[in-house]
Every structure is written in structure tokens, then in C-alpha cells.
Design a protein around this ligand. Structure first.
Ligand code: 5GP
Length: 192
């Protein structure tokens, strides 16, 4: 069975950057594009970072059972993994990578055989600095994300692996080593 890699961790931990590096190193991997109701940020494109849906469309698709999982995250915005994305990636003969917040990651860990969860951790002061620097959200939302991030850092033990992102080069190497090992164990990659 093909594994599904789930990268999780608090907002600002650097999941997106690490996943981009991972996809460059291992071309057999492909990231699923989630659906969300949050507004598009500058520089984002529909169908690239996310499928941006309005509330009604998200609800209709959820009612039709189109999501493997979905959650309501900060500020009542919804995020979900479309089953069609997993099928699309499997259909290309590729291995799926999901970037999910913690509840979604736990759900996939419970429900999907072959799911391998990896928690990306970072120092809380560093997280706060990155979130403020990014400043794509309003001040209230940043405070909400920081409060949530503090709580989330304590949940790392629930996941199969933890990678500390205090040095992005080193964290990228550790993440790739974990994924390669799991691919070899699953018989999808030859040992090197
Ligand atoms: P952002 O708004 O910064 O793009 O994402 C906020 C959080 O939502 C991140 O922690 C991200 O990993 C998570 N997320 C993105 N897509 C999904 C999804 O499909 N399901 C779940 N459960 N979380 C998601």
C-alpha cells in the first residue's frame, strides 16, 4: 500500500517551506491542494495554494461526503482535504503529501491505513516572530494563532515523528530522511 504523508504543526512552524523543499528532492511526491473558505492572500492563486470556496459551496461538498476530513480553524474559516485530490495524485502513480492542522492530521492518522504523520515543531518565541513578520492576518487573528500554537506545541507526542525546525536546512534533511525511510519500508523506493 502506498503511504500518505501528513505534515502538521502550528502555524508559522515552516511546514509550507519544508514541504516545498521535500517535493523538490523527491519528485515521486505530490502535495494535495486543500479547499478553504479563508480569503485568498496576495500572491495566492485559486487551484495552486488552495481551492478557494465560498461557505455555501464548502457546505454542499461536505454534505456530499467529498471531504476526507475538514475542520473549522481560527476565525471560523474552514479547511478540508478533498478525496478527489488523493485519487488524482494516486492516479498519477505518485505519493500524496498533506499539510494539515492537528485535528485533521489526527483524523487521517486514525482513518487512513498507511498514513505517516510528521509534526513540525519550532520554538514558541520564534513562531510568534514569524507570525508577526508574515502579518498576513489581522492583529486579532495573529493573537489567536499564537495562543493556538502554544497549545499545539504540547501535542507533538501524538504524531509518529517530530522534526524541530530551528534550522531550515537541517530540518529539511531530517524530513527527507524520514520520508525516504518510510518509502523504502513501504516498498515504493529502493534503498540507497
Ligand atoms: P493557512 O491559512 O495559514 O494557509 O493555513 C492554516 C492552517 O490550516 C495550517 O496549519 C494548515 O496546515 C491547515 N490546513 C490547510 N489545509 C488543510 C486541510 O485540508 N485540512 C486541515 N485539517 N487543515 C488544513
Amino acid at each position: 500500500m502506498k503511504p500518505v504523508f501528513v505534515v502538521t504543526g502550528p502555524s508559522g512552524a515552516g511546514k509550507g517551506t519544508l514541504i516545498r523543499g521535500l517535493l523538490e528532492r523527491l519528485p515521486q511526491l505530490e502535495a494535495a491542494i486543500s479547499a478553504t473558505t479563508r480569503p485568498m492572500r496576495a500572491g495566492e492563486e485559486d487551484g495552486r495554494e488552495y481551492w478557494f470556496l465560498d461557505d455555501d459551496e464548502f457546505s454542499a461538498r461536505a454534505d456530499d461526503g467529498e471531504f476526507l476530513e475538514w475542520v473549522e480553524y481560527v476565525s471560523h474559516k474552514r479547511y478540508g482535504t478533498l478525496r478527489s485530490e488523493i485519487d488524482r495524485i494516486g492516479g498519477h502513480g505518485r505519493v500524496c503529501v498533506l499539510e494539515l492542522e492537528l485535528d485533521g492530521a489526527l483524523h487521517v492518522q486514525r482513518e487512513v491505513p498507511g498514513a505517516c504523520t510528521i509534526f513540525i515543531s519550532a520554538d514558541v518565541d520564534e513562531l510568534e516572530r514569524r507570525l508577526r513578520e508574515r502579518a498576513t492576518e489581522s492583529t486579532g487573528e495573529i493573537e489567536d494563532r499564537i495562543t493556538l500554537a502554544r497549545y499545539q506545541l504540547e501535542q507533538a507526542h501524538l504524531f509518529r515523528y517530530m522534526v524541530r525546525n530551528d534550522d531550515v536546512t537541517r530540518a529539511g534533511e531530517v524530513l527527507a530522511a524520514i520520508v525516504e525511510r518510510e518509502l523504502v519500508l513501504a516498498g515504493t523506493m529502493a534503498c540507497r
